[in-house]
Ligand binder design. Structure first.
Ligand code: KG4
Ligand code: ZN
Length: 316
């Protein structure tokens, strides 16, 4: 079965072709980072307008790069949510129009479920049940994946998503969007003990997260400065990154110990963070668990995961 995947939930326009037998055939992604950089975050109105401009040229490029044509497609899978409303509307309208003109069936896909199952594209040995740690600019949650379609949210953020906290803290320090990779780079030159940032609700028995207090502490640290220099940015970045990753690892560790689950999949842009990966690798050894990361291209938003989940849902 050949599936066309369409992803437009946030600031990336993605289109992909996934074949149930041959795997991923083509994958196109257009990132809007340049458009939102000056604003320190995604501007929904600008994002949806840009999706509308990009989606058709991207489809043409996708088809040119593969040996397939529209007629070969068996199913159109699109991200129905969660995401920015206007952005989702562009993807769903495009998918419906395509379905109408090609007379092909259409399936709506949940973006979070797609992130969760994306690693199955690369790791055939992954098996249910497992935990998904979804950490992006829009989400921070631990999901217990029991089987396809059977999920339980074990914990989620009560306020900011962890990626959002990285981005907002970066903005407070005068850094560009997205802040995560910049904080990671600066942190290499800084000392993680320089600032005593809080680890909100770390010791609560549940697996929920809270990152807004951590972000506010960065605000206070910046307000206390006469001038923000690069060495200070580096120290704040190192201290912030240390606190944020510690919270993530402690919460997932708690969930693993409480349930005895042995596998964990990390997804979302923050899963690219190297310090987090180091801490996860230590946890892996101490709890004897398996932690899997999809390649970065499939960790962050992409259409391959949407097409892939479309194929799984229809093969069931
Ligand atoms: O999954 P993603 O590409 O898009 C959505 O938010 O849906 O994630 C983007 C988020 C941004 O907040 C970005 O700052 C963060 O992931 N991020 C990182 C790193 N790379 C991206 N955060 C920390 N360390 C990184 N290396
Ligand atoms: Zn996402």
């Amino acid at each position: 079965m050949l599936v066309l995947g369409i992803e437009t939930s946030c600031d990336e326009t993605g289109l992909a072709l996934y074949d149930s037998e041959e795997g991923l055939l083509a994958d196109e992604l257009y990132s809007q980072i340049d458009i939102h950089q000056d604003y320190g975050g995604v501007v929904p109105e600008l994002a949806s307008r840009d999706h509308a401009d990009r989606v058709l040229p991207l489809l043409k490029r996708l088809l040119e790069k593969s040996t397939k044509c529209l007629d070969d497609i068996d199913l159109i899978a699109y991200t129905a949510g969660p995401g920015l409303k206007g952005c989702l509307l562009v993807g769903s309208t495009f998918a419906r129009a395509l379905s109408y003109v090609t007379d092909k069936p259409i399936i709506s896909i949940n973006h979070i479920e797609a992130h969760l199952l994306a690693p199955f594209m690369e790791y055939s040995d992954l098996s249910f049940p497992f935990f998904g740690l979804l950490i992006s600019g829009g989400h921070t949650m631990i999901i217990d994946a029991k089987s396809i379609g059977e999920y339980e949210i074990m914990g989620e953020t009560l306020d900011d998503a962890v990626g959002e906290a990285f981005d907002k803290s970066a903005k407070l320090m005068g850094l560009d969007y997205p802040g995560g990779p910049l904080i990671e780079k600066l942190a290499k030159e800084g000392i993680s003990g320089s600032y005593k940032f809080p680890r909100p609700i770390l010791n609560k028995p549940n697996c929920d997260f809270s990152f807004s207090g951590l972000k506010t502490s960065v605000l206070y640290a910046v307000q206390d400065l006469d001038k923000i220099t690069e060495p200070v940015q580096a120290d704040i970045s190192a201290s912030f990154q240390h606190a944020a990753t510690e919270v993530l690892v402690k919460k997932i560790s708690k969930a693993l110990i409480n349930t005895g689950r042995k596998g964990i999949v990390l997804a979302g842009g923050v899963a690219a963070n190297k310090l987090l990966r180091e801490k996860m690798s230590t946890l892996q050894k101490s709890l004897n668990i398996t932690a899997l990361y999809p390649p970065i291209a499939h960790c962050t938003d992409n259409a391959a995961m949407i097409a892939y989940l479309g194929s799984l849902k229809t093969d069931q």
